[in-house]
Structures are given as structure tokens and as C-alpha cells.
Design a protein around this ligand. Structure first.
Ligand code: AP5
Length: 184
């Protein structure tokens, strides 16, 4: 069964919801850069102070900062443990840095799940959640940032034969079943 996974998709597509669920049933490390950054903001660390305003605007935190967090977490994993990356990588530079790190660790990605959903549904889901960066103007900006910086990763991973699109409309359980079916 594939156990080194990456979840890609626009804000609100359900990456966090599905990642948490799958990581718990499969015993994988769930590594969400958004959650890790929010935890740093909550404790008011230097890193959190640097990230807070950037996140509130819906822009991307610096690659160096995010990479340091991911490296620290993945280096602690043994080859067979398995992990699920959610919200990372977010641009081509992060994808290249991740590829080098994983080559170094001998733990290549086995599957990239692309969660696909219409903008209108994404926006509705995020407005009902109401996180600090979930107001309409910031959501629209996060979607723009996704299109400009993150969506090029769709082609990047398709060219590497890793990408599997999943329709992210329906109940949490239905979408979970679609994803589990891809794990082999
Ligand atoms: P991040 O935390 O990664 O947020 P995001 O990508 O905008 O994604 P969301 O958490 O909004 O959505 P999701 O797809 O995880 O959906 P979820 O399951 O939560 O990033 C936040 C910020 O941190 C970024 O803007 C950036 O500043 C910074 N950052 C993070 N990573 C970075 C990186 N690598 N580089 C640089 N900066 C980075 O679901 C959304 C809502 O929908 C929830 O309320 C959920 O309950 C609901 N829901 C889920 N599934 C369903 C369903 N099937 N039906 C109905 N409702 C559903």
C-alpha cells in the first residue's frame, strides 16, 4: 500500500480533513505546514511572528522557513513509517527542494492526490468555517495565489506519473473512499 503521499488542491478542497482521516486510519505522519505555522503563531514564537501577517494576507510564507519545518519533521521518520504532506509543497521551488530532501532520505513520493472542487463550493465551505484567513477578500486572494504559484505543480507531478485527480464534492466519507481506492 502506498504510504508516502502528498495532497494538493485549492484552499477549502478538504486536504486537511481528508489528510487527518487517512493518516489516522493508515498510521501515517500527517504533516500540514498550515497547522504547524498556526501553532507557531499561537505560541508567539519568532517564526510565528514572522508568519502571522503573511498568512493573514493569504500569501505564502517564505520557502526557507517552511522548508526548515518540513526537513526537521521528515528527518525523524524511518523509511517504512509513511507520511502525508498537506499544504506543502506550494510552489515549484518547494517541490524541487522536497525532491532533493526525499532523495537524500531515500523516501520518494508514491502518490499525489489532487482534490478538485468548484470555486463557489470552496468559498462557501471556507466562509462557514471562519478561520482567521477565511474572509471573502482573503479567500479570493488565496485562490489567486493557488492558481499562480501552486497549480503549476499539477503539471509537475503529472509529468512524473504521480498525479491522481479526485472529485472533492460529496460527503467526507465518499471522498475518503475515492482516495483510499488509489492507495493500491
Ligand atoms: P493551509 O492551512 O494549508 O490552508 P489552505 O491551503 O488555504 O487550505 P485550507 O485549510 O483552507 O483548506 P483544506 O483544503 O485543508 O480544507 P479543509 O479540510 O480545511 O495554509 C494557510 C496559510 O499558511 C497559507 O495561506 C500560507 O500563508 C501559509 N502556508 C501553509 N503552507 C505553506 C507553504 N507550504 N508555503 C508557504 N506558506 C504556507 O476543509 C475546509 C472546510 O470545509 C472545513 O471547515 C471542513 O470541515 C469543510 N469540509 C471538508 N470536507 C468537506 C466536505 N466533503 N463537505 C463539506 N464540508 C467539508
Amino acid at each position: 500500500m502506498k504510504n508516502r503521499l502528498l495532497f494538493l488542491g485549492p484552499p477549502g478542497a478538504g486536504k486537511g480533513t481528508q489528510a487527518e482521516r487517512l493518516a489516522s486510519t493508515q498510521g501515517l505522519l500527517h504533516l500540514s505546514t498550515g497547522d504547524l505555522l498556526r501553532a507557531e503563531v499561537a505560541v508567539g514564537s519568532a517564526l510565528g511572528q514572522e508568519a502571522e501577517a503573511v498568512m493573514a494576507r493569504g500569501e505564502l510564507v517564505s520557502d526557507a522557513l517552511v522548508l526548515a519545518i518540513v526537513r526537521q519533521r521528515l528527518e525523524g521518520q524511518s523509511a517504512g513509517d509513511g507520511w502525508l504532506l498537506d499544504g506543502f509543497p506550494r510552489n515549484l521551488a518547494q517541490a524541487e527542494a522536497l525532491a532533493s530532501l526525499l532523495a537524500e532520505l531515500g523516501q520518494p513520493i508514491e502518490l499525489v492526490v489532487l482534490l478538485e472542487l468548484d470555486d463557489a463550493v470552496l468559498i462557501q465551505r471556507l466562509l462557514s468555517r471562519g478561520r482567521a484567513d477565511d474572509n471573502e477578500a482573503v479567500i479570493r486572494h488565496r485562490l489567486e495565489v493557488y492558481r499562480e504559484q501552486t497549480a503549476p505543480l499539477i503539471r509537475y507531478y503529472r509529468e512524473r506519473d504521480l498525479l491522481q485527480p479526485v472529485e472533492a464534492e460529496g460527503s467526507v466519507e465518499q471522498i475518503g473512499e475515492r482516495i483510499t481506492a488509489l492507495l493500491g
